[in-house]
Design a protein around this ligand. Structure first.
Ligand code: HEC
Length: 156
Protein backbone atom coordinates (compact mmCIF):
# COMPACT_ATOMS: atom_id res chain seq x y z
CA UNK A 1 0.00 0.00 0.00
CA UNK A 2 2.70 2.46 0.98
CA UNK A 3 4.70 1.55 -2.09
CA UNK A 4 1.68 2.05 -4.37
CA UNK A 5 1.03 5.41 -2.73
CA UNK A 6 4.53 6.67 -3.31
CA UNK A 7 4.52 5.58 -6.95
CA UNK A 8 1.03 6.55 -8.06
CA UNK A 9 0.26 9.61 -5.89
CA UNK A 10 -2.69 10.75 -3.88
CA UNK A 11 -5.56 10.18 -6.33
CA UNK A 12 -4.84 6.46 -6.39
CA UNK A 13 -4.70 6.33 -2.61
CA UNK A 14 -8.09 7.99 -2.46
CA UNK A 15 -9.60 5.42 -4.83
CA UNK A 16 -8.13 2.50 -2.91
CA UNK A 17 -9.26 3.93 0.41
CA UNK A 18 -12.76 4.52 -0.91
CA UNK A 19 -13.22 0.98 -2.21
CA UNK A 20 -11.94 -0.40 1.10
CA UNK A 21 -14.63 1.56 2.94
CA UNK A 22 -17.31 0.42 0.50
CA UNK A 23 -16.28 -3.21 0.94
CA UNK A 24 -16.24 -2.98 4.72
CA UNK A 25 -19.68 -1.39 4.64
CA UNK A 26 -21.27 -4.25 2.69
CA UNK A 27 -20.31 -6.58 5.56
CA UNK A 28 -22.02 -4.52 8.22
CA UNK A 29 -25.21 -6.32 9.29
CA UNK A 30 -28.40 -4.37 8.61
CA UNK A 31 -29.25 -4.58 12.33
CA UNK A 32 -26.12 -2.54 13.12
CA UNK A 33 -26.91 0.02 10.42
CA UNK A 34 -30.45 0.31 11.75
CA UNK A 35 -29.39 1.01 15.34
CA UNK A 36 -26.81 3.53 14.17
CA UNK A 37 -29.56 5.20 12.15
CA UNK A 38 -31.70 5.36 15.31
CA UNK A 39 -28.80 7.04 17.10
CA UNK A 40 -28.38 9.54 14.25
CA UNK A 41 -32.05 10.42 14.64
CA UNK A 42 -31.60 10.84 18.39
CA UNK A 43 -28.74 13.17 17.67
CA UNK A 44 -30.68 15.09 15.04
CA UNK A 45 -33.62 15.94 17.28
CA UNK A 46 -31.55 16.54 20.38
CA UNK A 47 -29.37 19.02 18.54
CA UNK A 48 -32.42 20.95 17.27
CA UNK A 49 -33.55 21.19 20.89
CA UNK A 50 -30.07 21.91 22.19
CA UNK A 51 -29.58 24.83 19.82
CA UNK A 52 -32.87 26.36 20.89
CA UNK A 53 -32.11 25.83 24.57
CA UNK A 54 -28.74 27.54 24.27
CA UNK A 55 -30.05 30.42 22.17
CA UNK A 56 -28.12 29.46 19.06
CA UNK A 57 -31.41 29.30 17.19
CA UNK A 58 -34.65 31.08 17.97
CA UNK A 59 -36.96 29.20 20.33
CA UNK A 60 -40.02 27.88 18.53
CA UNK A 61 -42.54 26.15 20.81
CA UNK A 62 -44.12 24.08 18.06
CA UNK A 63 -40.78 22.80 16.77
CA UNK A 64 -39.56 22.15 20.30
CA UNK A 65 -42.61 20.06 21.15
CA UNK A 66 -42.47 18.21 17.81
CA UNK A 67 -38.78 17.43 18.27
CA UNK A 68 -39.23 16.27 21.85
CA UNK A 69 -42.16 14.09 20.78
CA UNK A 70 -40.05 12.61 17.98
CA UNK A 71 -37.42 11.63 20.53
CA UNK A 72 -40.18 10.14 22.64
CA UNK A 73 -41.38 8.07 19.70
CA UNK A 74 -37.88 6.78 19.09
CA UNK A 75 -36.64 6.13 22.60
CA UNK A 76 -39.49 6.29 25.08
CA UNK A 77 -42.54 5.02 23.26
CA UNK A 78 -40.72 2.40 21.40
CA UNK A 79 -39.96 1.51 17.91
CA UNK A 80 -38.88 -2.06 18.44
CA UNK A 81 -35.09 -2.04 18.70
CA UNK A 82 -34.75 -5.59 20.05
CA UNK A 83 -33.59 -7.15 16.79
CA UNK A 84 -31.13 -4.30 16.19
CA UNK A 85 -29.08 -5.34 19.22
CA UNK A 86 -28.57 -8.91 18.06
CA UNK A 87 -25.95 -11.01 19.89
CA UNK A 88 -22.73 -11.30 17.94
CA UNK A 89 -22.76 -7.67 16.78
CA UNK A 90 -20.35 -6.03 19.22
CA UNK A 91 -16.88 -4.63 18.57
CA UNK A 92 -15.54 -8.05 19.59
CA UNK A 93 -17.07 -9.65 16.49
CA UNK A 94 -17.39 -6.74 14.07
CA UNK A 95 -14.41 -4.54 14.91
CA UNK A 96 -14.66 -1.01 13.58
CA UNK A 97 -18.08 -1.56 11.96
CA UNK A 98 -19.69 -0.86 15.32
CA UNK A 99 -19.01 0.95 18.57
CA UNK A 100 -21.27 -1.30 20.64
CA UNK A 101 -19.19 -2.78 23.45
CA UNK A 102 -19.48 -6.48 24.30
CA UNK A 103 -20.61 -5.43 27.84
CA UNK A 104 -24.07 -4.75 26.42
CA UNK A 105 -24.50 -8.50 26.11
CA UNK A 106 -22.15 -9.80 28.83
CA UNK A 107 -23.78 -7.66 31.54
CA UNK A 108 -27.33 -7.87 30.20
CA UNK A 109 -29.82 -6.68 31.51
CA UNK A 110 -27.72 -3.91 33.15
CA UNK A 111 -28.29 -1.68 30.10
CA UNK A 112 -32.00 -1.54 30.96
CA UNK A 113 -31.19 0.96 33.74
CA UNK A 114 -30.04 3.78 31.41
CA UNK A 115 -32.88 2.87 29.06
CA UNK A 116 -35.36 3.44 31.91
CA UNK A 117 -33.59 6.70 32.70
CA UNK A 118 -33.93 8.03 29.19
CA UNK A 119 -37.62 7.27 29.08
CA UNK A 120 -38.23 9.30 32.24
CA UNK A 121 -36.11 12.26 31.11
CA UNK A 122 -37.62 12.38 27.61
CA UNK A 123 -41.17 12.28 28.99
CA UNK A 124 -40.35 15.19 31.30
CA UNK A 125 -38.96 17.16 28.35
CA UNK A 126 -42.07 16.52 26.23
CA UNK A 127 -44.21 17.92 29.06
CA UNK A 128 -42.00 20.98 29.48
CA UNK A 129 -40.85 21.83 25.93
CA UNK A 130 -43.76 24.23 25.36
CA UNK A 131 -41.77 27.01 27.02
CA UNK A 132 -38.10 27.93 26.61
CA UNK A 133 -37.55 27.74 30.38
CA UNK A 134 -39.15 24.31 30.47
CA UNK A 135 -36.96 23.08 27.65
CA UNK A 136 -33.85 24.50 29.29
CA UNK A 137 -34.62 22.91 32.63
CA UNK A 138 -35.25 19.40 31.21
CA UNK A 139 -32.86 18.95 28.28
CA UNK A 140 -29.83 18.47 30.51
CA UNK A 141 -31.23 15.29 31.99
CA UNK A 142 -31.90 13.89 28.52
CA UNK A 143 -28.30 14.55 27.53
CA UNK A 144 -27.13 12.89 30.73
CA UNK A 145 -29.31 9.86 29.97
CA UNK A 146 -27.77 9.52 26.50
CA UNK A 147 -24.33 9.79 28.07
CA UNK A 148 -25.17 7.22 30.75
CA UNK A 149 -25.84 4.67 28.05
CA UNK A 150 -22.79 5.66 26.06
CA UNK A 151 -20.60 3.91 28.59
CA UNK A 152 -21.57 0.95 26.38
CA UNK A 153 -20.23 2.78 23.32
CA UNK A 154 -16.58 2.40 22.43
CA UNK A 155 -14.71 5.63 21.82
CA UNK A 156 -13.09 6.19 18.46
C1 HEC B 1 -29.49 1.95 25.07
C2 HEC B 1 -28.28 2.76 25.25
C3 HEC B 1 -28.20 4.05 24.48
C4 HEC B 1 -29.02 5.14 24.58
C5 HEC B 1 -30.22 5.33 25.48
C6 HEC B 1 -28.49 6.12 23.65
N1 HEC B 1 -27.41 5.61 22.98
FE1 HEC B 1 -26.42 6.49 21.44
N2 HEC B 1 -25.33 4.79 21.16
C7 HEC B 1 -25.37 3.67 21.97
C8 HEC B 1 -24.47 2.66 21.44
C9 HEC B 1 -24.21 1.29 22.04
C10 HEC B 1 -23.92 3.19 20.27
C11 HEC B 1 -22.98 2.49 19.26
C12 HEC B 1 -23.88 1.76 18.23
C13 HEC B 1 -23.10 1.02 17.17
O1 HEC B 1 -22.09 1.57 16.66
O2 HEC B 1 -23.49 -0.09 16.80
C14 HEC B 1 -24.47 4.55 20.13
C15 HEC B 1 -24.14 5.44 19.09
C16 HEC B 1 -24.54 6.75 19.02
C17 HEC B 1 -24.12 7.69 18.02
C18 HEC B 1 -23.18 7.38 16.85
C19 HEC B 1 -24.03 6.80 15.73
C20 HEC B 1 -23.25 6.32 14.51
O3 HEC B 1 -23.69 6.62 13.39
O4 HEC B 1 -22.25 5.61 14.66
C21 HEC B 1 -24.75 8.88 18.28
C22 HEC B 1 -24.63 10.18 17.50
C23 HEC B 1 -25.58 8.67 19.47
N3 HEC B 1 -25.42 7.37 19.89
C24 HEC B 1 -26.39 9.65 20.05
C25 HEC B 1 -27.30 9.39 21.07
C26 HEC B 1 -28.19 10.39 21.65
C27 HEC B 1 -28.27 11.85 21.23
C28 HEC B 1 -28.92 9.75 22.60
C29 HEC B 1 -29.97 10.32 23.53
C30 HEC B 1 -31.12 10.98 22.94
C31 HEC B 1 -28.49 8.36 22.64
N4 HEC B 1 -27.51 8.20 21.70
C32 HEC B 1 -29.03 7.38 23.48
C33 HEC B 1 -26.14 3.52 23.11
C34 HEC B 1 -27.18 4.36 23.48
Amino acid sequence: MKKIASVCGCAMVAVVAFSAVAMADSHVPSSVKARQAVMELNNYYLSILGKMASGKTKYDAELAIASAKSLKLIEAEGIDQSTMWAPGTSTAELGDATRAKPEIWTTWPAIMEPIKGIKVSINAMVDAAGTLEGLQSTIGDVGKSCAACHKYRASR
